[in-house]
Design a binder for this molecule. Structure first.
Ligand code: FES
Length: 101
């Protein structure tokens, strides 16, 4: 497991996501009511940018065709067998750190 600093806490406004390249992976980091979560940034349906999706509670909706994922687990909201990679985000002072396998 590798730990990477991805951003400052202030870089991701409440209720929004941002996209980062971390260790050659595109990662979407979300701020859901002050809690931070991260998913692989590329939607498995057709490659949409999950970081630009809208967030309601712990659910992000892909901006391209509306697939929805739980941002805490990566689980697809309609198909529980479809699980998108989710990563652990931790807050250390003013910084966000991401753990990648
Ligand atoms: S690319 Fe995400 S729902 Fe189609």
């Amino acid at each position: 497991m590798k730990r990477h600093r991805v951003a400052a806490v202030a870089d991701i406004p409440m209720g929004e996501g941002r996209e980062f390249v971390v260790d050659e992976k595109l990662v979407a980091v979300f701020n859901a009511d002050g809690q931070f979560f991260a998913l692989d940034g590329i939607c498995p349906h057709a490659g949409g940018p999950l970081a630009r999706g809208s967030i309601q509670g712990n659910v992000v909706t892909c901006p391209w065709h509306g697939w929805q994922f739980d941002i805490a687990t990566g689980r697809h909201c309609l198909n529980p067998l479809l699980r998108h990679p989710a990563y652990t985000v931790s807050v250390d002072g003013q910084d966000l750190w991401l753990e990648l396998p």
